[in-house]
Design a binder for this molecule. Structure first.
Ligand code: PLP
Length: 379
């Protein structure tokens, strides 16, 4: 009998080792991993440079508390601030915790309570982030929800205008909805949404937890559109698999997060930060990111060539190495089929196969994955 709560529909795969784009299971099977721990292991499994940085930190100190000056926190905060053109960072341990911090910060700094989010969004599983999430299935049985959230369809500017009022603290969105189905916000819509929010003296929170840290070919997905958010939340890929989340915000918000206003015992743990510093210095680099874009284009081109005549194939979605294959039927059964062919992939929404390979995936690995996908979708 398992002593774990059955919160996850687990696969019949027990990892014993993982390196680069490959994962070895207890039964000896070796999988090509195009899930990257759900956009976490962006440099592949156990990258050597990150491993060395973590080992160095393990030999120095593991944890003190946030009563101390932690130099690594300053270093990683600067990396995040420089890459986002924002100013100040608060560290937590996860995506939901980052979004919680963002939601608390916008309430306190504006004195308003309402936050507008989008239908089909996903922002986390804690009480505030579950309430922020625009999907009923996430909330079933857990009500009543935290009040003051309103949900509008993405790319519908009139609904957004109608929802915005003088109690609106912020709008909050993913530039590309990950869990919801690789749904892209139109550039014009997102720009206008941001303009309307700022005109209304509301703040803009962009959830880059899945899209950030180079996944789409830029440090953050909002940079493809030239948005100017007030707060950006990050987690997942920030530390190559060590638990770390953060918000990056404007310096004008600092008063609302004064000493004693918010905190987290483990937030900004030195071991996770050592991993983050090395991860970010590898990824936040022009030639690395240009490569992500090129590999994304190659993956998309090969998928399109392989699938365009198939009736089951609808279209490709996403950006960079966040790729959705929209089907005319449910994607779930194909995820299991891919595993039979030693390929690990994900769903997004109901009809979308989601590919999140490591950002340093090789061309050969891309070709191999496309061959399997073409094979299972043709049968
Ligand atoms: C866009 C987005 N926001 C928030 C979260 C929640 O992150 P975590 O599971 O680290 O709490 C996720 C996780 O999938 C996500 O994709």
């Amino acid at each position: 009998m398992s002593h774990l709560f059955p919160t996850y529909a687990r696969w019949d795969v027990t990892p014993i080792k993982a390196k680069g784009a490959y994962l070895t299971a207890k039964d000896g099977k070796e999988y090509l991993d195009f899930t990257s721990g759900i956009s976490v292991c962006n440099l592949g499994h156990a990258p050597e440079n990150v491993k060395e940085a973590v080992e160095d930190q393990l030999n120095q100190f593991w944890h003190t508390s946030n009563l101390f000056q932690i130099e690594l926190q300053e270093d990683v905060a600067k990396q995040l601030a420089d890459a986002s053109e924002l100013d100040l960072v608060f560290f937590g341990n996860s995506g939901a915790e980052a979004n919680e911090a963002a939601l608390k910060l916008v309430r306190k700094s504006t004195g308003r309570t309402k936050v507008i989010t989008f239908v089909d969004s996903f922002h986390g599983r804690t009480f505030a982030t579950m309430a922020a999430t625009g999907q009923d299935k996430i909330k079933t049985g857990f009500g009543p929800m935290l009040e003051s959230f309103e949900y509008v369809p993405m790319n519908d500017i009139e609904s957004l205008k109608a929802a915005m009022d003088d109690n609106t603290a912020a709008i909050m969105f993913e530039v590309i909805q990950g869990e919801g189905g690789i749904n892209e916000g139109d550039a014009d819509f997102l720009k206008e949404a941001e303009r309307l929010a700022h005109e209304n003296e509301s703040l803009v929170i962009i959830d880059e937890i899945q899209t950030g840290i180079g996944r789409t070919g830029k440090p953050f997905a909002f940079q493809h559109i030239g948005l100017n958010p007030d707060i950006v939340s990050v987690a997942k890929g920030i530390a190559s698999g060590f638990p770390l989340g953060a918000i990056i915000g404007r310096s004008s918000l600092s008063e609302a997060f004064s000493a004693g206003s918010h905190g987290s015992t483990f937030g900004g743990n030195p071991v996770a930060l050592a991993a983050a510093k090395e991860t970010l210095s590898t990824i936040f680099n022009d030639s690395f990111l240009t490569d992500v874009t090129k590999k994304g284009e190659k993956l998309r081109y090969l998928l399109d060539e392989a699938l365009k005549e198939e009736t089951i194939f609808k279209k490709l979605k996403g950006k960079g190495l966040m790729v959705g294959i929209e089907l005319n039927e449910e994607a779930g059964p194909f995820i299991a089929k891919a595993r039979e062919h030693n390929l690990l992939i994900l769903t997004a929404g109901t009809n979308v196969i989601r590919l999140l390979p490591p950002l340093n995936v090789t061309e050969e690995e891309i070709e191999k994955a496309v061959r399997v996908i073409a094979d299972i979708l043709k049968k």
